[in-house]
Design a protein around this ligand. Structure first.
Ligand SMILES: [Zn+2]
Length: 167
């Protein structure tokens, strides 16, 4: 289930009402003036590569529990997106890395849990450590491009091509 809408003002506890604010219907508080601006959650993805292999984790928690994917997570306050990306890589897969470059920024809607997300993906070179699954993961290991799950082979196609072209 996506996040539940706010019913009460987080500042003064009065019931929120819906109405036009700044050109859009938004929940707001007629007592203290609080406006509930809804923004996507910032997510970073580490497309982590060592040689020509991709480091994937098996998700141990929703959303997409049980599926293999790239290490990912939310940017925390005070972090740059690059820092968050490398932190998630360490936490979920147990390795260190350096960011090569930005791959893409897209909007995703997670219907299971988080709702609207702004997803920022970086290509990362693994620089140290061996894969160890973090607390929220069931496994972590390297995949050859040819054995990537179909959904990843499609979404990572450009990156796979780029990594293949490297000498
Ligand atoms: Zn209020």
């Amino acid at each position: 289930m996506p996040p539940k809408p706010y019913r009460f003002c987080p500042q003064c506890s009065a019931p929120l009402v819906e109405g036009m604010v700044d050109g859009r219907v938004r929940k707001h508080c007629t007592v203290c003036g609080f406006v509930r601006y809804e923004n996507p959650l910032p997510v970073v993805v580490a497309i982590a590569v060592k040689g020509r292999q991709f480091l994937l984790i098996k998700r141990g928690i929703p959303p997409k529990k049980g599926l293999w994917g790239c290490p990912s997570g939310f940017v925390e306050s005070g972090e740059t997106p690059e820092e968050a990306c490398l932190r998630e890589l360490r936490e979920e897969a147990g390795v260190t890395g350096t960011v090569d470059h930005l791959v893409r920024v897209v909007r995703r809607e997670d219907e299971e849990l988080y709702g609207d997300m702004l997803v920022v993906s970086y290509l990362v070179t693994v620089t140290g450590g061996e894969p160890v699954a973090g607390d929220e993961c069931d496994d972590a290991r390297y995949y050859d491009p040819a054995e990537l799950p179909a959904y990843l082979a499609i979404s990572l196609r450009d990156v796979v091509d780029e990594v293949r072209r490297r000498s």
